[in-house]
Design a protein around this ligand. Sequence first.
Ligand code: FAD
Length: 386
Amino acid sequence: MSTAKEHKPVVIVGAGVSGLALGNFLLREGIDCVVLERRDRDHVERRQRAGVIDTRATRAFRKRGLEDRVVGGTPVQAGLGFRIDGQDRWLELPAEEYREGRFCPQQVLVRNLITVFEQDGGDLRFGTEVTVEDIDRPRVRLGDGSIIEGDFIAGCDGSHGATRAAIPENRLTRHSHEYGYAWLVVLAEVPAVHPTLLAIHRRGFAAQFGRGPTASRFYLQCPLDDTAEDWPDERVWSELETRFGEPIATRGPIVEKQPLPLRGEVLSPMSHGGLHLLGDAAHIVPPSSAKGMNLALYDADVFAEALVGYYRHDDPSLLAAYSDNRLRDVWNYQAFATWFTDTVHDAGDATYRGEFRHQVARADFERLFTSGPANRLLGEFIAGLN
Ligand SMILES: Cc1cc2nc3c(=O)[nH]c(=O)nc-3n(C[C@H](O)[C@H](O)[C@H](O)COP(=O)(O)OP(=O)(O)OC[C@H]3O[C@@H](n4cnc5c(N)ncnc54)[C@H](O)[C@@H]3O)c2cc1C
């Protein structure tokens, strides 16, 4: 029996934000592609993670005429709300260009990207587990045994996907960093009292972010060896109240609760023969930086431009430079993620890294409120414009 075989110029593995954004960007340019996703549609559309599309990512949709159809939600605030040892402090980020981002839950963005891709005639296949057969002469095998050959494979399948695993170890360097603490990541069916609240407290960092009208994400800094069983719901609510310094008005059902060790990772290079990595497949930043989804969208933006150069202008130079260009940018955001994450954690609980780091973090933190350049730099990073 012969194996079914087809050819698609660009084979996109994974229908998360990076794969779906790339698929939509290519469709707008008339570049044929297929998006292959191992999970079913319902699972992908319900997966709750990030909540903010920053200015730079919003502009990537706008320049392709997709902003109104894809980017939902409400405009971001002009600053960040902190509660430091129980005292509220509002960090104003005044520049107008920092405010083009949107509060948009990741699952809403994903749902919109799927709808638009299908409306515009895109080829999207759910329930299709991919294995990569060849990265130099790009070729993938689907769960039913059929083969798709392409000019390129876009590895958009996250940090546990098949594409990064297909790269021989001797062609790849992994750089990783463990922060030394974890977050208990909680999703609760309660409306957010504050759209964003970051609490700096001696018992550890805590945060609340709205995720639509009836859901909130809560984060609690915890030791690396804590398990979900160490955190019964009552302990979660009472610890949030202690660190926020106020009662939680509504204690709704907790629908997700898992410890997440904070870590950073970069795979270098991001291009291998015909395989190019995007998003979490290539790099991880801790959720404290709110950049993982946005970096995935920047990758899709830059890789789509590179493919337009290749197919439409017979110019492979952007494709050849994709990995170097993205890595420069990714390390810039790793630097921001490391500084911001350490500062908001060290400024609170001194037991992880000591009183010296605690005092340094407090001084660093204060500078954000008193120094125009420091405030501007933070705003640029948050907006994605640095
Ligand atoms: C709790 C949490 C909170 C976060 N908060 C934020 C935040 O506030 N801001 C922010 O910017 N980022 C945040 N992030 C990070 C953000 O969610 C990720 O960076 C983003 O999802 C990366 O997108 P991606 O497209 O690279 O990968 P993913 O969204 O993970 O998509 C990968 C897709 O590939 C599919 N796949 C995997 N293997 C295969 C295979 N073999 N064949 C076919 N398909 C496959 C998967 O099923 C999945 O659908 C958070 C993450 C977590 C976990």
